[in-house]
Design a protein around this ligand. Structure first.
Ligand SMILES: [Zn+2]
Length: 252
């Protein structure tokens, strides 16, 4: 089984899992890169998985469905054109052609109905977690995003996190304002620069590596809480996270 990232728009990745004959696609914001990829490889699409309602994640669905009548899994609590298998926490997401069964997780925060797909060592988390960062909050709360990220952080540390955007180097610039001396972060900045200079994705990333360098997953640490503290907030993991999310919004 192969995992690949197909580039779309400026910095989106549409993830595909395929066995050389059948393929699933995660968050197809546009159809053209997928349709040409399928034609080039002579592979047939068997399913689409969508994590949330933003058009750069689901805008390509109608054009794909116009050519291929396939199941489209998507969040039960968001209205997305083309989703014909609405799913939520605990619902099965089975793709028999690839012999895959993924687990659906409700992870609100970036959007209120955001879901993730987890299994076979992969996590497709849309815009909830990025390398060294996390998603912005649209129509939900940073507290819910914190709870969702806490939940994802507890998955097995060898999980490959398949994020939907190439934001790594920008995120590292912010992360270094929080932890300027974190060796894992400095090392990853060097490696990421080399990868991007060679036009390679920095993703997927191992969850265990992110725990050592993604400041949004490290707000339980006293030194990070002290860094984010001000007179208005209590120094705990959630408060430090909320302050960090707001600081990143001002940084961007
Ligand atoms: Zn989004």
């Amino acid at each position: 089984m192969h995992l690949e990232a197909i580039s779309a728009f400026e910095d989106n990745y549409i993830w595909t899992v395929h066995d050389g004959q059948s393929a699933l696609f995660v968050d197809p914001g546009e159809a053209a890169p997928i349709l040409s990829w399928l034609e080039r490889r002579r592979i047939k699409p068997v399913a689409i998985l969508v994590t949330h309602r933003h058009s750069d994640h689901c805008g390509g669905i109608p054009d794909i469905l116009a050519r291929h009548d396939i199941p489209v899994f998507g969040p039960a609590h968001e209205s997305i054109q083309g989703v014909n298998r609405p799913v939520g926490e605990g619902a099965p997401c089975r793709i028999p052609e690839l012999n895959l069964a993924l687990e659906v997780l409700d992870i609100p925060g970036h959007t209120s109905g955001h879901i993730a797909y987890f299994g076979h060592g992969w996590l497709f988390c849309g815009d909830t977690m990025f390398s060294c960062g996390c998603g912005k909050v649209f129509g939900s709360t940073p507290e819910l995003l914190y709870d969702s990220l806490t939940r994802l952080a507890a998955l097995p540390s060898d999980t490959l996190v398949c994020c939907a955007h190439e934001y790594t180097l920008d995120n590292i610039r912010f992360a270094l304002t929080v932890e300027p001396d974190n060796p894992a972060l400095l090392d990853w900045q060097k490696q990421s620069r080399l990868l991007r200079a060679a036009s390679q994705p920095t993703l997927p990333v191992k969850l265990g590596d992110e725990l050592a360098r993604n400041p949004f997953l490290r707000t339980q640490r006293p030194e990070i809480q002290a860094h984010m503290a001000n007179s208005a907030i209590l120094p705990d993991g959630q408060a430090a996270f909320v302050a960090m999310r707001a600081a990143k919004d001002r940084f961007d």
